[in-house]
Design a protein around this ligand. Structure first.
Ligand code: FAD
Ligand code: FES
Length: 287
């Protein structure tokens, strides 16, 4: 983990209220694992503004021939404007200064190479699945990505996912893109065909809860990326705890999302009401 005082390389609206920000981050790519996150804060924000957590979408390097400058390593986030912090981020321009802490947390466990992998992303919950898909394809696994959203505006970066070697299946609640209906319907169909697959999911609470129920009923291994509210991102404030499996009033078992997660084995979590409420979506169109 490193604290970068760095700059924004680009910040563009790619879908209504959804932005892609590219940030200069030398050395970040070598350290980042799929599923990890960063804490961000504009350098000129009021001192009272806390950093905000965002999943790492992808990393890359601008070659020197782009603009005569030396090669520049960057990382990208995709984010939805939902409140004051994300509004301030959306107003940043190329060259503006930003503070980045990361990469943070525990990412996805890729599992055995060659095994069928099914990724399920709802809205902005697709973000941590890009690097995961790339890593799984690189290890020789067949990867199917089920992309769900309320409308077509929530379906992000389809071409990039496809170029990375992932097979994509799109569904929207209103049928404006792909199959009409919930992404969980597509998951049930795929699991009937590939019962040995391992599933990875990130998205809104109702979607994650439904995915967990489907996988538990079929005894399919599931990892989920949770997005609880966070203040510090490094295990110091305990503001991000969720209930672990086996939690009870007499034997409390809390897990810190920023240190033990954000990725968990679904079987390690208490999928009761309280955990479901804390397992927030990525602030996306799925809210
Ligand atoms: C590990 C992790 C990864 C994340 N990755 C992404 C990402 O890739 N893209 C993205 O757009 N967002 C992501 N989020 C959510 C993002 O951090 C919040 O949307 C952001 O902090 C909201 O800040 P704000 O000041 O704009 O909103 P606030 O003013 O703080 O809140 C506005 C509204 O959003 C709700 N909200 C605040 N935080 C969250 C949250 N964590 N989840 C859901 N709702 C929230 C509040 O309850 C409120 O209703 C992630 C969160 C975590 C913990
Ligand atoms: S956000 Fe502070 S302990 Fe997790």
């Amino acid at each position: 983990m490193k604290n970068y005082a760095t700059i924004v390389l680009a910040n563009q609206e790619i879908s209504p209220s959804i932005f892609r920000m590219r940030i200069l981050a030398p050395g970040f790519a070598a350290a980042a694992q799929p599923g990890q996150f960063v804490m961000l804060r504009p350098a000129l924000a009021l001192p009272t503004m806390l950093r905000r957590p965002f999943g790492v979408f992808r990393t890359g390097c601008l070659p020197p021939e782009c603009d005569g400058l030396p090669p520049r390593e960057y990382m990208e986030i995709l984010y939805k404007v939902v409140g004051q912090g994300t509004k301030i981020l959306s107003e940043l321009h190329q060259g503006d200064r930003i503070e980045l802490l990361g990469p943070l947390g525990r990412g996805f466990d890729l599992g055995p190479p060659g095994q069928e992998k099914i990724l399920v992303g709802g809205g902005i919950g697709l973000v941590p699945l890009f690097m995961l898909g790339e890593a799984l394809v690189a290890q020789g696994s067949r990867v199917r990505l089920l992309m769900g959203g309320r409308t077509r505006d929530d379906i992000l970066a389809v071409t990039e996912f496809e170029r990375s070697g992932v097979e994509t299946y799109v569904s929207t609640d209103d049928g404006s893109l792909g199959e009409a209906g919930f992404v969980t319907k597509v998951l049930e169909r795929k699991l009937s065909k590939y019962p040995q697959a391992e599933v990875f999911a990130c998205g809104p609470t109702p979607m994650l809860t439904a995915v967990a129920a489907i996988c538990a009923a079929r005894q399919v291994n599931l990892q989920v990326s949770l997005e609880a509210h966070m203040a510090c991102g490094v295990g110091a404030c305990l503001g991000c705890v969720v209930k672990g499996a086996g939690h009870s009033e007499s034997t409390p078992r809390y897990l810190c999302t920023c240190k033990a997660g954000p990725v968990f084995q679904a079987s390690d979590l208490d999928w009761g009401k309280a955990t479901a409420e804390a397992a927030i979506n990525c602030g996306g169109g799925c809210k």
